[in-house]
Design a protein around this ligand. Structure first.
Ligand code: NAD
Length: 505
């Protein structure tokens, strides 16, 4: 028995999952799996045990170059002949095939990332299929406009001016590990809807479902070369993709730090760039809020995906009057969460992605402790296999503390309190971060809610809920949380270019 199959023997997995894991994974280029691994081999680990479960080739500049050439050939060849209605049909079919492969996708996503089963089921059974269906509706509705222009003094009737919306071209997509399949879906669906082609470099820690989705797209009728996957590390494959002169646009999701490197690398041929970056989102609780909603809602806002979530509500601002009740309530929810491997259906809280991530989170908690924060619950890594870390609440924090200033990307909630006073002071505290991705306000007073919605400087604000995501709702970051928007109609724009046409006769 190989080490990978013995690592899997503790689980009951479907045969398609076992078969997929046992394969030798390469790069998906021009519709074929190629096995160049000049960059070595990447071992893929189950974060719930730390054991190796599969491996894939690590590509570099040569594989990226081959993939970009395949994407260019498909853009100018078969894909350009697809009608808008045919692209819609393909997107709809992908949604059907995601549902048909539900079990396998759930299992692969959990083994790769560690998320709990109910969440994986929601992702693979609802989020991903609905997102592809939403974008299936768009190809036939991408329209230019007729413009009442008078080019070169032509009078009405002597000329016509209009705009064409065209695919931006070859898209380079780079995705993170925290929610692997949805991150890839967010790049593939708008690219297909607009008629672009794509070279994707998934996170090296979690490449499994990206590879499987590429096969599903092929099965759904996406021509060879339209979607290409190059596995590899960020500094090699990712950097080569960001710098490649044959790429027209980079769609990047990841850390703010790497986002800055992407901008520099893209400058060579002035690629268009969209960036979905880090966050440190506020959750603001007013004293009139319904605490029966607030307590589970704020706990979920922070601890969802073990806090490895860009939208996570990690800075909690609570009014003095309800502070103790809210903090104790959230700590009670945290203590009661059942920690365990995602593949155990009773687990509510899975592992972190890696030993490095777990140690990083522990370091932030320790820094907070030293700086005077009170650890109300959690704060430790339990002694068990895998990369687990307890959901943690830090009270009495201030904006200058290390865990408050930095995106921890782990299950650590930092609590601050506020008293009676003007809303501007509360908003200033909530906005005192370099990030501006998400945020939420909890109150029954719609006047207060609406004022706070306007004052919070982030791309998304929810009221009496947190991180309200929907395929139709634009999502993205202000400040150093990013450039541009994904989701909804706005999510198509970065994949399109506009050509102004004037014609006389
Ligand atoms: P990361 O920035 O380390 O890596 C993201 C991707 O970039 C990976 O595929 C990685 O291989 C690649 N990469 C790394 N260095 C590179 C380089 N020099 N050139 C090109 N590519 C490179 O991020 P991560 O740790 O994988 O993910 C966590 C981060 O992602 C967090 O900051 C989180 O907030 C952010 N995120 C943002 C959103 C959003 O929608 N705003 C969503 C999910 C995650």
């Amino acid at each position: 028995m190989s080490s990978a199959s013995s690592a899997l023997s503790q689980y009951t997995l479907s045969q398609p999952t076992l078969d997929f894991l046992a394969r030798s994974h390469g790069h998906f280029i021009g519709g074929k799996w190629l096995h160049g691994n000049a960059g070595g081999v990447i071992d893929i680990h189950d974060p719930a045990t730390g054991l190796k479960i599969a491996h894939c080739a690590a590509g570099g500049a040569a594989e990226i170059d081959a993939a970009v050439k395949a994407a260019r050939a498909a853009l100018e060849g078969p894909w350009s002949k697809f009608t808008a209605a045919q692209r819609s049909a393909v997107l709809w079919k992908i949604s059907d095939l995601v549902l048909a492969n539900f079990q396998q996708l759930c299992e692969l996503e959990i083994l790769d990332n560690g998320l709990p089963t109910p969440l994986a089921q929601y992702v693979c059974g609802m989020v991903v299929p609905e997102f592809f269906r939403y974008y299936a509706g768009w190809p036939t509705k991408i329209e230019g406009a007729t413009i009442p222009a008078a080019p070169q003094g032509k009078l009405p009737g002597e000329a016509i001016s209009f705009t064409l919306r065209e695919p931006i071209g070859v898209v380079g997509a780079i995705t993170p590990w925290n929610s692997p399949l949805p991150m890839v879906m967010l790049k593939i669906a708008p690219a297909l809807a607009t008629g672009c082609t794509l070279v994707l470099k998934p996170a090296e820690l979690t490449p499994l479902t990206a590879m499987r989705l590429a096969e599903i797209c092929q099965e759904a009728g996406v021509p060879d070369g339209v979607i290409n996957i190059v596995n590899g590390h960020g500094e090699t494959a990712g950097a080569a993709l960001a710098a490649h002169p044959g790429v027209d646009k980079i769609a990047f999701t990841g850390s703010t730090e790497v986002g800055r490197l992407i901008v520099k690398a893209a400058a060579g041929n002035l690629k268009k760039v969209t960036l979905e970056l880090g966050g440190k989102s506020p959750v603001v609780v007013f004293p009139d809020a319904d605490l029966a909603q607030v307590i589970p809602g704020a706990a979920r806002a922070c601890f969802f995906l073990q806090g490895q979530n860009c939208m996570a509500g990690t800075r909690l601002f609570v009014h003095d009057k309800v502070h103790d009740q809210v903090v104790e309530g959230i700590a009670a929810v945290a203590r009661a969460m059942k920690m365990g491997p995602g593949l155990d259906p009773s687990s509510e809280f899975g592992p972190l992605i890696s030993v490095q991530q777990r140690d990083r989170v522990a370091g932030f908690v320790e820094a907070g402790r030293k700086e005077g924060a009170e650890v109300v619950c959690g704060g430790h890594s339990p002694s068990r296999p895998g990369y687990f870390f307890e959901p943690t609440v830090l009270a009495h924090t201030t904006n200058d503390m290390t865990p408050v200033k930095n995106e921890i990307f782990g299950p650590v909630l930092c609590v601050q309190r506020f008293g009676d006073g003007d809303l501007d002071a509360v908003a200033r505290a909530a906005n005192s971060t370099i990030y501006g991705l998400s945020g939420s306000v909890w109150t029954r007073d719609l006047g207060v809610a609406m004022q706070m919605v306007r004052k919070i400087d982030s791309g998304q604000v929810s009221v009496n809920m947190h991180a309200a995501i929907d395929p139709a709702m634009p999502f993205g970051g202000n400040k150093q949380s990013g450039w541009g928007r994904e989701f909804g109609k706005e999510g198509l724009e970065p994949y399109l270019k506009t050509k102004g046409v004037s014609m006389t006769w």
